[in-house]
Write a protein of this length. Structure first.
Ligand code: FES
Ligand code: FES
Length: 215
């Protein structure tokens, strides 16, 4: 021990130093609270009334306006078929239909959907009354863990509708004559990631539904 750090010589102890530091911090905090220039903590967010029409049922909710449609569906309505993968628009697990169009529900605020027709995987079909696309995914083993599957199915149903309406994709060569192909399916479904890589089976399921199979 050197001369200056010996408490017997300096009269300074470790306990005394710590107590002094704590008092200094407390004093600084007190000053910060008293200083009108220091921002005060944000008040608790207000809620707003929102009416969501989901799978044909109207739900009246009060939500923080920052709540995403995905969180409203899962946390407030208990519709946990819609999955949260990345929560920032990169995986497609949260895909639902809004007025028949597919969207990533993690990128959309619930308050933006007052009066919209929202359809989740539960609204497409249920055990005993599956949507043809759900039945095709089962038939072709279009999943392994199943986490991406609700998003894949919602996306593929809307994608086929887009195709039938003549909406082109990045790989469409002839805008006058859009040919259904695996390449078209893969491109149009590229926003839905499958970590289990069940892609060949997913494409097979979609092909069958497009061809009118799997009732
Ligand atoms: S959870 Fe919405 S895109 Fe991944
Ligand atoms: S089936 Fe596992 S992520 Fe697609």
């Amino acid at each position: 021990m050197d001369q200056d750090s010996n408490p017997k010589r300096t009269g300074v102890t470790r306990r005394g130093l710590l107590a002094g530091s704590a008092a200094t911090v407390a004093l600084a905090n007190a000053h910060a609270l008293a200083d009108p220039a220091t921002p005060s903590p944000a008040p608790a967010p207000a809620t707003v009334p929102v009416s969501l029409n989901v799978n044909g049922t109207k739900h009246s909710l009060k939500l923080d306006p920052r709540v995403t449609l995905l969180d409203a569906l899962r946390e407030r309505l208990g519709l946990t078929g819609t999955k949260k993968g990345c929560d920032h628009g990169q995986c497609g697990a949260c895909t639902v239909h809004v007025n028949g169009t597919r969207i990533n529900s993690c990128l959309s605020l619930a308050v933006m959907h007052e009066g919209d027709e929202i359809t989740t995987i539960e609204g497409l079909g249920l055990p005993g009354n599956l949507h043809p696309m759900q039945a095709a995914f089962v038939k072709h083993d279009g999943f392994q863990c199943g986490y991406c599957t609700p998003g894949q199915i919602c996306s593929s149903v809307a994608m086929l509708k887009e195709f039938d309406q003549g909406v082109p994709s990045n790989v469409t060569e002839d805008l006058e004559n859009i040919v259904f192909s695996d390449e078209e399916v893969r491109e149009r479904m590229s926003g839905n990631i499958c970590r289990c890589a069940a892609y060949p089976n997913i494409v097979a399921a979609i092909r069958e539904v497009h061809g009118g199979g799997v009732a």
